[in-house]
Design a protein around this ligand. Structure first.
Ligand SMILES: [Zn+2]
Length: 322
């Protein structure tokens, strides 16, 4: 996983790198232009002389003289610009005109950094996750039987409504007001696919979600705790715009992971930040595995949706094998 802090750091580096490359390229062309055309240095000298005179003694000159000097220096600047253009010296074009690629505007982080950080997170995620292949539009409802089962449930209908719910979740996503979701159901029913689609959609909207399996998220926190490296991962998980914990219950549960889980869930409820959890466990199994305070938070503060149908991975592998 990549934390919000690490993503911002990388985003600043990327923006800085791109500017440095442009400056270095310009520098090389500029040096070549000065070498091949002595007039450029001459113009610089003339400009310096006019500038120095005006700066030192502007009051001593009449308005007319000042005006003339200004005209002269403008003409010189224009000549220089033309010569540089002829020598194909590139002007620096900024990716972001607001912060001139510095990443900051009056001490605040510029929007372009936020966009770049979101791209960094998306890239890091897609390295670990099939983010590209999991989208709402390739979620295939035909794998869910359109038939009412013995419990009077129709998987196709249920999953259609869950798919719509997830789409709405993204289109109305707000890191302060969006609800918490708890997706339950057996493995192979598309929970990961739909939550990754949510993650993609939220990233596209410019927010910073963190997605990880319970196993990976807990080990990231555990590793930093024992290495004494501070609590960057832990804080990132508490503070990110959307936290998605996949496959809760598959991790190696210890007293430590249980208390971390409770802190994630509880703190994010208190600060109003949304969390989405996938689990193959039933409510009863969750209660048995974790503490009652965890399950009571889940029941009281999460909207539960049970995925039903037949294992899609199995169906796909049957199709592939003939
Ligand atoms: Zn900017």
């Amino acid at each position: 996983m990549i934390t919000k802090e690490a993503a911002y750091k990388k985003a600043f580096e990327n923006i800085n790198q791109s500017l440095k490359e442009k400056q270095a390229k310009r520098e090389i062309m500029l040096n070549a232009a000065y070498k091949s055309n002595a007039r450029l240095s001459e113009i610089d000298r003339e400009l310096a002389v006019i500038g120095a005179k005006l700066a030192v003694d502007a009051l001593a000159y009449g308005a007319d003289t000042v005006e003339k000097a200004r005209d002269k220096s403008e003409a010189l600047a224009a000549e220089k610009k033309l010569l540089l253009k002829k020598a194909q010296v590139p002007e620096i074009t900024y990716n972001c005109d607001i912060c001139k690629d510095s990443g900051r505007v009056s001490g605040k982080i510029c929007e372009c950094v936020k966009r770049e950080a979101a791209a960094v997170i998306a890239e890091a995620l897609s390295r670990e996750m099939p983010l590209e292949s999991c989208r709402f539009d390739n979620f295939d409802l035909s794998y869910y039987p359109d038939a009412t089962d013995e419990k009077n449930q129709n998987p196709r209908r249920r999953m259609t409504s869950i798919l719509n719910l997830c789409r709405d979740y993204v289109s109305t996503f707000n890191p302060q007001t969006s609800k918490n979701l708890l997706f339950t159901g057996d493995s192979g029913l598309g929970k990961t696919h739909l939550t990754l689609s949510i993650v993609s959609g939220v990233i596209e909207k410019g927010y910073l979600p963190i997605y990880g399996s319970a196993e990976n998220l807990f080990s990231a926190v555990e590793a930093e705790r024992f290495s004494g490296e501070g609590r960057g991962n832990y804080d990132a998980l508490l503070n990110c715009d959307l936290l998605v914990i996949d496959d809760l219950g598959a991790e190696h549960a210890t007293a430590f992971t249980k208390s971390v889980l409770y802190n994630f869930i509880n703190t994010r409820i208190l600060t109003g930040k949304p969390t989405v959890i996938n689990t193959n466990l039933t409510m009863k199994q969750l209660e048995e595995r974790y503490t009652p305070r965890v399950s009571s938070r889940l029941i009281g503060n999460y909207e539960g949706h049970r995925f039903i149908g037949r294992d899609i991975r199995q169906q796909k592998s049957l199709e592939c094998s003939g």
